[in-house]
Write a protein that binds this ligand. Sequence first.
Ligand SMILES: Nc1nc2c(ncn2[C@@H]2O[C@H](COP(=O)(O)OP(=O)(O)OP(=O)(O)O)[C@@H](O)[C@H]2O)c(=O)[nH]1
Length: 769
Amino acid sequence: MKTGKNLMQKYQLLSLQRYFYRSQQEVRHHRKVEKLESECSDLHQRLAHAKSQKKSTSQSQAPKSMVEQYSQVLDELEHARLVCPNVDPPDLPRVIVVGDQSSGKTSVLEAVARARIFPRGGGQMMTRSPVKVTIADGPRHIASFPDQPDKYYRLDDEEHLKQLRSQIEHRMARACHGGLTISSEVVPINVEGPGLRRMVLVDLPGLICTETAGIRPGTAAEILNLAREQMDFPNAIILCVQDGSVDAERSQVTNYVREADPTGERTLLVLTKVDKAVADPVRLKQILDGKLFPLRALGYFAVVTGNENKDASIAEIRKSENQFFQQSPLLNSGILQPDQLGTNNLCDAVSKLFWHIVKNSLSGELQKLKEQLFILESEWKAQYRHRRELDRDQTFGRVKEQLFDRMVLMKNLDPGQFENDLKAKLWETIESYFLHEVYLAAEDSAKSKEEFKAISDLRLRKFSNQELPNQSLEAVRALLIARFAELVLPELSNEANAEHTTLYQKISNDVQREFDGYFKSNKTARASELRVIQQSTIENRFINSKIEWQSAADRLKITLHNDVEKRWAHVWDAAGPVWYQQYWNWTARTKDQHEWDRIKRVLQILPMDTQSKLTKDQLAKARFDIQKFFSIEATEADIDDVWRDLYPTRWIAALEKNAAHCRGSFQKYKDGKVSCESSRLQCEDVMLWWRMDRALEMSAANLRQFMLTEGVDTLANELQNSLDNLSENDIVELIKGRQVELAEELKYIRKIHGLLHELNRMLNQVYGQ
Ligand SMILES: Nc1nc2c(ncn2[C@@H]2O[C@H](COP(=O)(O)OP(=O)(O)OP(=O)(O)O)[C@@H](O)[C@H]2O)c(=O)[nH]1
């Protein structure tokens, strides 16, 4: 009844394990499908984008394709920053939006991007880290983050806008980790839409003079440093935002802008909230004529980029700006110039200045890139002249191909050879246990051939019931993993492969871990199958071949011989160096070693049938002899100690002799004519080893069959999975070394140089040389 219950539980456990393994495989399969789906949707998007770009490019004039080119350079630079951190990137123009807190910087940026993309607050500090907005002309009005290019937010959908704002807020908060009020970590975002002027704007936290409650001490200085750092880029265009509704005396930003750009050749002043400043038209005119603030600028603009309703849409804001300027007496009376008013004029001016600076800075940046290229090419020639220039992707592709090519070797493993190797591995795994726990244990306690047969049978059955199947499975697992490492993974000591050691290590670990998992989930079922085969083979005592008999006797003899060698080595070790070793190495025996050696000499001459435990008489005689021959007072405990090591060595050496004798006694054994005098066990021990050998032979045949099919297929799948699951970041982390980094740097600099060169050509076509 109990056995039935146990069987039931075993069966349930087995099905659970199978179910677990199947679910693991399903999860992996799902992951693959998801990955393929996302790749597919990415390809669809790219195709749609490419089609629309093609269409719009064909309709557009030269400047449009020029900005496309510029955007591509920016994308490449963004990528280059990730994969080649050592490259000195060209300093391409960007528009820096600076101003005092709540002066309306973000509103200006939103007016340029034509969408209310930023989080809003009631007067408190909203911009907590620089936000870099790359604005592009595109068919759809959308925004996305460079690290999630597949996820985009539609800017004409209020729900999407809400999500985008909270995402920006979340990213700003994340940048301000560790309790910071502001951070210099840039939050990048891409915006594209029909008719947008392509440029790169960076919105900065507003300058503050008072650190109110909740703001970390030192924040004011940090914001100022951040703004100065950005304004100091020689190609940065400074969009100095000034709140028109506050007194000029209260403004701090204009002083800092003047310091960064004293000649005003890359500064534009934007006066916001003019709808609140109409009461003092003279002051307004002074500002827009550049006479009130202590700075110089290329242009002065007045805009209305917000109103009392903080949730107004961009369309409503643009409408109220148009209405305001159209109806404004300031314009009608000629106090203000029309080209200084409104967001459209501002955008045109920023865009014009932006491209002007792009054009002026390009030849210098191209020259710098050329110099970098020359230095890197010289380094390549000096270090890797005879190697092909393979970048990271190409290197990874090559590694992948080599691995898959070598996997074929696994599939073509010679079955006969593998079976032999497996049998050898099985012997290697179980030999020690079988020798000590089965054979020697039975031999030690048996007094006759019959007793030996009974005890060894019992121990063999116990072994084959538990340890043997599990150890056999472990042996085959280890053998297959070892073959995988030898045949598939390249030799890491080879200098050419040493660069990718971490990659191969990771692949090896991944494959091994997953293969172990697969093995574990199948282990119980496999072990039961194997147990049946092993137990039925072990029961067989019908030996018909002399060769098999001899080979079993040889194995017994060799195993015993190796064991005796080890034991003698230990005995000699305990006795210390012999006379010639003492002579060569200038060493001497210690007192204990000396005594051990003397006791050993006396015990060595005891008759071969002396038992493992010395009798009182034998001990007394030994003490007497030691005293007589060597004048040493040995205790009974000392003598017992030496005998404990000496006895099994002599006894196993005698068994080895027996095995040699039995080797030629096949026919006598069959005829039942092995005499007690020549072998106490009458060669029953050779039979025991033959039975074990047969069991391992059958196990090897069984395991070989499924290992060379299912096992190798599983390894191939795991190899494929491990390589497929590596992300771009993993590949950057795993394929390192100066050679690949240099190849990457060369690739990117050449690419960026090519793109900038083309951009330069376009600019020259549009604006002339
Ligand atoms: N009436 C009016 N309000 C405006 C105008 N421009 C901006 N505002 C309002 O002024 C407030 C501050 O504007 P923001 O654009 O957030 O100012 P900011 O400089 O980016 O603020 P911080 O990033 O926190 O320094 C918001 O409530 C806007 O709606 C404008 O032209 N007219």
